[in-house]
Design a protein around this ligand. Structure first.
Ligand code: NAD
Length: 499
């Protein structure tokens, strides 16, 4: 039966391509548990085919003016808008997040394409006239070469769109290795890029697992690697790619805290935290998974969250009105339930229990209900580990100082938020917190496309964040030119100039 499932192709040289490797993965529909599609898992030969295609295309794309590249990206943006619902439907089918959330995630990706259409402006260098007698100095930004993107399951369109528009705008060619759990949106986006007029080989897609990733890391024809995924793999990608002399940015996992001060508007705060904790079933790298409740905020907040969590509508991802869909796989569901069991065993107070949730008519689906723990300590595994599911833990703290100490002691540093009516508390938090993206009365402070996205500490390995100005830096190499045009024979000399 599995052999009759449709096959998601690779995309090489501007068209669908078959795999050399015979290894296959199965893509399941998390809302039903049923297999949907087969996906070929690339080996070294497949990766080499994609790299050769990208290398052949590089000189022509590098020579294409930034304005022409930008026009192709503008057409791509229009096609993404026309096909937004089709991409979101594929995401809901293969990932399990609800349709409206999938639409929003594609929208965030479209905004990066929009930003990248400014390529002629983004690629302007600096110029200084007369740095010496008849000497000018300037910098030019040139593409890095063949860049690869390795992306996670939780944003199968948005995370590739953090990378590929920026890489292409800067004149690079690109190979995407999306998550093998939800590979279809990448192929639809590849088709749209081709329709938009992108020359063959400029953008290629290979599917696969560890084997494909290792082949990309080892391939001498790959110049730069962008990775987004879990922290242990991010660390491995960073060290391996850097040792091979490649430019690398590797974004990792997270445990994002919301600090709730006693003066916060509790209705607003509880509503905000609900979406941030349980939206996309908690499978977001910017999800709030830990709340630090300061002073007497805890009792009021936990009561408000519990009431809302019990009222959430958990349903199949494409069912209208569904707040939260299933998690991505049966194994992931088991892992999350294991964490809830551990939280109970370690003495946390289980306020809302999402275990054992069964959706009538979808008994095979990978559903976990919203789960809320109170009186969690930083020694418990439900606090320490990234669960990546609909599980929110509440830790109590006596003061803002204690809350800051807790947030800063955590090894992750992706996103965080403070809820308060005090400008002084917010300002202190913003200044002292050791986290890359900070929200003030904003639960998921994802930077817009024209800023850069990235965490600190174990949430990012490498120097540069994605998209925005840092994305341009990552996908270009700077060349500094010092130029003299003179007819005066007295300028210049034997020694280094002293003034
Ligand atoms: P993952 O680390 O399991 O997989 C990410 C990518 O790496 C996939 O393409 C996968 O095929 C590949 N991969 C998996 N195992 C590998 C191995 N052993 N060697 C080499 N490559 C391997 O992550 P995931 O489960 O797909 O995604 C969820 C994780 O991603 C969470 O930890 C989440 O916080 C993180 N994430 C982070 C951000 C961010 O911006 N920091 C954004 C989205 C997701």
């Amino acid at each position: 039966m599995l052999a009759t499932l449709p096959l998601v192709p690779f995309w090489i040289d501007g068209q669908p391509a078959a795999a050399h490797s015979t290894r296959l993965g199965i893509v399941t529909n998390p809302s039903t548990g049923a297999p949907l599609r087969q996906v070929p898992l690339a080996g070294a030969v497949d990766v080499d085919t994609a790299v050769q295609s990208a290398r052949r295309a590089f000189p022509g794309w590098r020579a294409t003016t930034p304005l022409r590249r930008s026009r192709i990206l503008a057409r791509f943006r229009e096609l993404l808008e026309v096909n937004q619902a089709a991409i979101a439907t594929l995401i809901s089918e293969e990932h399990g997040k609800v349709f409206l959330d999938a639409m929003g995630s594609v929208q965030r990706g479209i905004e990066v394409v929009e930003f990248a259409t400014g390529a002629p402006h983004l690629l302007k260098g600096a110029f200084s006239e007369e740095v010496g007698r008849d000497v000018d100095a300037y910098s030019i930004l040139q593409p890095v070469g063949v860049c690869a993107g390795i992306t996670p399951f939780n944003f199968p369109a948005m995370v590739p769109l953090w990378m590929l528009p920026m890489a292409l705008a800067c004149g690079n060619t690109f190979i995407l290795k999306p998550s093998e759990k939800d590979p279809s949106p990448s192929i639809l986006m590849a088709e749209l890029l081709t329709q938009a007029g992108l020359p063959p080989g400029v953008f290629n897609v290979v599917h696969g697992d560890k084997e494909a990733v290792e082949a990309l890391l080892a391939h001498p024809g790959v110049d730069a690697i962008s990775f987004v995924g879990s922290t242990p793999i991010a660390k491995h990608i960073y060290t391996t790619a850097a040792a091979a002399g490649k430019r690398v940015q590797a974004l990792g996992g997270a445990k994002n805290h919301a600090v709730v001060m006693p003066d916060a508007d509790m209705t607003f705060t509880a509503d905000a935290i609900m979406g941030a904790a349980y939206g996309s079933a908690g499978e977001r790298c910017m999800a709030i998974s830990a709340v630090v409740a300061v002073g007497d905020a805890g009792d009021r907040l936990v009561a408000a969250l519990a009431e809302r969590a019990r009222a959430l509508k958990v349903a199949p991802s494409l069912e209208p009105g569904s707040d939260m869909g299933p998690v991505v796989t049966a194994e992931h569901r088991q892992r999350i339930i294991g964490y809830i069991d551990a939280g109970v065993a370690q003495g946390a107070t289980l306020v809302v229990d999402g275990r054992g949730l069964v959706i009538a008519g979808h008994e095979g689906g990978f559903f976990v209900g919203p789960t809320l723990f109170d009186r969690v300590t930083t020694a418990m595994t439900i606090y320490q580990d990234e669960i990546f599911g609909p599980v929110l833990v509440v830790v109590r703290a006596a003061s803002l100082d204690e809350a800051l100490t807790i947030v800063n002691a955590n090894p992750y540093g992706n996103g965080t938020a403070i809820f308060t009516r005090s400008g002084a508390a917010a300002r202190l938090f913003e200044h002292e917190v050791q986290v890359g993206m900070v929200g003030i009365n904003v639960p998921i402070p994802v930077p817009m496309a024209f800023y850069s996205f990235g965490g600190w500490k174990a949430s990012l390995f490498g120097d540069l964040h994605v998209h925005g100005a840092e994305g341009v830096k990552f996908y270009t190499r700077t060349k500094a030119v010092t130029r003299r045009w003179t007819e005066d024979p007295t300028v210049g000399g034997f020694h280094m100039p002293t003034m």
